[in-house]
Design a protein around this ligand. Structure first.
Ligand SMILES: *[C@@H]1O[C@H](CO)[C@@H](O)[C@H](O)[C@H]1NC(C)=O
Ligand SMILES: *[C@@H]1O[C@H](CO)[C@@H](O)[C@H](O)[C@H]1NC(C)=O
Ligand SMILES: *[C@@H]1O[C@H](CO)[C@@H](O)[C@H](O)[C@H]1NC(C)=O
Ligand SMILES: *[C@@H]1O[C@H](CO)[C@@H](O)[C@H](O)[C@H]1NC(C)=O
Ligand SMILES: *[C@@H]1O[C@H](CO)[C@@H](O)[C@H](O)[C@H]1NC(C)=O
Ligand SMILES: *[C@@H]1O[C@H](CO)[C@@H](O)[C@H](O)[C@H]1NC(C)=O
Ligand SMILES: *[C@@H]1O[C@H](CO)[C@@H](O)[C@H](O)[C@H]1NC(C)=O
Ligand SMILES: *[C@@H]1O[C@H](CO)[C@@H](O)[C@H](O)[C@H]1NC(C)=O
Length: 455
């Protein structure tokens, strides 16, 4: 108990210290915790279409992870059109309380859906008064400082990609503009050094391209000179239109980096801020109405999980955080699964399963129904206990997270937070539907993932 208290104190001391420090060697600190905020993304889109956007993103990410060609924009657009056509069915319209025509598939302007789908990653935590009105919990950001003088940048945390970049002051987005963001370049930072090297990255949704630079970064009080990262001259509309994010911090394993540089936690460990390159996430949930999201570098924050439930699992050789999937159950009944692997991604909103598994899981959830679209509805008042087994432990998904963007509704049917995709292979895409219920930690040095029940 005393040890825990000490660790927690050290942790708070560090994170609240306004004066950043360069690493001392050997390291005197072990954990650095930074608050995570959720981003409000009010697209005004029907919940079914936002759900389909998430499925599209998952489909592209899963294809990339499997080394297969990503579905084309035409395919993604067709998916959206198809989903919209089902909303237009009178009873679906009634069930989802959709306003009368004009919102039909012919006038959808699907281009903007696809572009919005470009929004790259995850949504983490609050620490602010921002409230996502429908509780969709789709993107998680942290605030850090870059350059000289130091200025704040809000960046998305994405465990499913390998590059760190922020918007460049030359960002033109082919003349369309890069939004109301904070930009970085030699004009804004006297310490920025251009390395004459380009980078370009595609996400499940969206893209960013630009050049690689060295500059000063301060994150959670840790100051690193000559940190190598990207400034993006060209970003997809979703990033340009993002209400908050000025960039993205990729926290996959180094092999996914298109810039050919190690991710931030490895650099931080190398300069001596902590002993092991570990990143741990406590993702917040809008329905909790508390600001409890955080990301911890260098270890696990003992205040945020139940230690009796902690498991550590070897990850595969993939650049993604992929671990063996050992099973699933609903209300204590085992579900027969075809899949054997799980890709853990804070940047994915849903828990997305290959079709056969999605059908098998929903078949055991009382009242769940497959929609015409192939996706599922679950009664909004569900109390079903869906658990996923990793490392010998069953981790329960909080019933409220089984619902996508329910906004806390308890009557009628809600769209399931467990999505289905036609994906060759045997892998689940485990996003925030699951990750919000657990403490999730990735260890770059041991190539392991740790999971515990979040508290
Ligand atoms: C940087 O500053 C120079 C000199 O004031 C100016 O000509 C140039 O347009 C600026 N570049 C950007 C990207 O703002
Ligand atoms: C741009 O963002 C700043 C702070 O993030 C905000 O105060 C300002 O109103 C925004 N401007 C526009 C035009 O949206
Ligand atoms: C950029 O930073 C890296 C360390 O991250 C260093 O090795 C390299 O020499 C730096 N390059 C320049 C041009 O400062
Ligand atoms: C960055 O790295 C270069 C090359 O190693 C070095 O000359 C320079 O002093 C470093 N800059 C800082 C601020 O440490
Ligand atoms: C910017 O990205 C778009 C696609 O997102 C691409 O069509 C365009 O060629 C890119 N422009 C530059 C200058 O890289
Ligand atoms: C995990 O990997 C380590 C070496 O990387 C190995 O010693 C250990 O047996 C592995 N554990 C399991 C459960 O496979
Ligand atoms: C959910 O609501 C339905 C009626 O809409 C009711 O029949 C059912 O018992 C409720 N389930 C739970 C778990 O409260
Ligand atoms: C089960 O997974 C295998 C790959 O391991 C795949 O070939 C097969 O099509 C899957 N079956 C179903 C029903 O999805």
């Amino acid at each position: 108990m005393q040890l825990l208290t000490l660790i927690s104190l050290a942790l708070f001391a560090l994170s609240s210290d306004a004066r950043p420090v360069r690493a001392r060697q050997p390291s005197t600190s072990h954990l650095v915790t930074v608050p995570v905020r959720r981003v409000q993304r009010d697209t005004g889109l029907h919940v079914e279409l936002r759900h389909e956007q998430q499925i599209n993103r998952a489909q592209r990410l899963a294809a990339r992870a499997a080394g297969l060609p990503a579905p084309s924009l035409d395919e993604l657009r067709a998916n959206i059109e198809r989903r919209a056509s089902f909303i237009d069915q009178p009873e679906t319209r009634k069930r989802f309380n959709i306003p009368p025509p004009g919102f039909g598939s012919t006038s959808l302007g699907t281009e903007s859906f696809i572009q919005d789908d470009d929004t790259a990653a995850p949504t983490i935590a609050q620490f602010s008064s921002e409230v996502d009105p429908d509780g969709a919990d789709t993107t998680f950001v942290v605030t850090l400082q870059l350059g000289t003088p130091r200025r704040n940048f809000d960046v998305i945390l994405d465990s499913g990609s390998g590059d760190f970049w922020v918007d460049s002051d030359q960002c033109s987005n082919n003349g369309a503009g890069c939004g109301n963001h904070t930009f970085l370049g030699p004009n804004e930072s006297s310490s920025l050094v251009r390395l004459n090297k380009g980078f370009s990255i595609e996400y499940g949704s969206g893209s960013a391209a630009g050049e690689v630079v060295n500059d000063t970064i301060v994150l959670g009080g840790m100051l690193i000179d000559n940190f190598t990262f990207g400034v993006a001259h060209n970003i997809s509309d979703s990033f340009a239109n993002d209400p908050l994010a000025d960039g993205l911090m990729g926290l996959s394993k180094p092999s996914l980096s298109t810039q050919g540089v190690p991710p931030a936690p490895i650099v931080m460990r190398d300069v001596g801020f902590f002993h092991q390159a570990i990143v741990s996430y406590r993702l917040p949930r809008s329905l909790d109405h508390v600001n409890n999201g955080e990301v911890t570098f260098g270890g696990l924050d003992p205040a945020k999980f139940d230690p009796s439930t902690l498991v550590t699992i070897n990850s595969t050789d993939s650049g993604f955080w992929i671990i063996p999937l050992e099973g699933a159950s609903v209300n204590g009944n085992a579900v027969t699964l075809n899949s054997t692997q799980a890709l853990m991604d804070t940047g994915t909103t849903l828990l997305v399963l290959p079709t056969a598994d999605a059908i098998a899981v929903h078949a055991q959830i009382p009242g769940a129904q497959q929609q015409q679209s192939g996706q599922f509805n679950i009664p909004c008042n569900t109390t079903a206990s869906v658990s996923v087994r990793f490392g010998g432990n069953d981790f329960e998904i909080s019933p409220e997270d089984l619902l996508f963007a329910s906004g806390g509704r308890t009557t009628g049917d809600c769209t399931s937070g467990i999505g289905s995709f036609n994906q060759p292979g045997n892998q689940w895409l485990v996003g925030d539907t699951f990750l919000k219920s657990v403490y999730f930690s990735t260890n770059f040095d041991e190539n392991t993932v740790s999971l515990a029940k979040a508290v």
